[in-house]
Design a protein around this ligand. Sequence first.
Ligand code: SF4
Length: 355
Amino acid sequence: MDKQSILAAMVSPLCSWYELNKRDFPWRKSRDPYRVWVSEIMLQQTRTTAAIPYYERFLQELPTVFALAEAPEEKLLKLWEGLGYYSRVRNMQKAAQKVVADYGGTFPKDAQLLSKLPGIGVYTAGAVASIAYGLPEPAVDGNVLRVLARLFCDEADILLPETKNRAHRELKEVYPMAKDCSDLTQGLMELGATVCLPGGAPKCDECPLAHLCEAKKAGMAEKLPVRNSKKEKKEVKRTVFLLEYEGEIALCRRPKTGVLSGMWEFPAAEEHLTAKKAKQQLSLWGGAEESAPFLSHKHVFTHLVWDMKSYRAQMKEKDESFFWVTKEKLSEEIPLPSAMQPFFRALSKETDTKN
Ligand code: SF4
């Protein structure tokens, strides 16, 4: 069978299967484009089960696009704490402000216009257009690419943009055949997430498309898709300082551009400092009553790894160039990036044990 015949024959069984087998997620209870959009942004880089409490809290605090457009940045970042990639939520606010200013608070019913909003690419525009508005617009993510590579027994590298663009074009042709384009988009995603699993473990016996699948026929299902390995991540060495003074801890802002731009973090040096050099650094901040090596931790970003050592220090004086906060305030009000969380958790645990 050629690709278009497989896709045309796929639409109806896949949509029926989705209706019967879809998992019960809070974002599936509504087709409000705001809710669909929030869930799609959150689910990029976050597992579905982990995203549920974040989604519920976010919607409870910011139930409408108007509320998001007006929210203070610290509140937004706190709601996003732990999800990482904070530029996503900053872009969400910019997009919400544009939806309010240019469209009176209603997301446009047009994938082209949606894709012009900050932080919304072709994938998210297709997801919102099809899931919320039922428009014939595909949303091609890694799950969908895997399903298609196997259905077609296609050995093209799914990490290449042209493979994704081609999949989008091919799917777009069959979208008008679906009774409900929302079911087609979600059916493809759901099949990839629950049946046509990654890591060489598809459950072909449970698959509604097994009769169409060329990879299954050829015994290739476990070998596909092809993903040529990405570049090695760059590793950056850092020394993090947990500076304490009379029950407060020092924070500083990251630069306005680059990794975790504008976020709070613990003061740090961009290298692994020896004990002697760490002491010299502490003396520049007023000197320490006592200091000792603390936790080491590696944090992995998309293209980068931070290899971090740390020192904990009781300072002799309060260097006013830092922002000093109590641990309670840091825990409850200040958004702290995931890269810094292990240090704060270890510090809080040690303090609790001593008390
Ligand atoms: Fe994936 Fe197997 Fe279904 Fe083919 S038959 S689409 S490999 S689960």
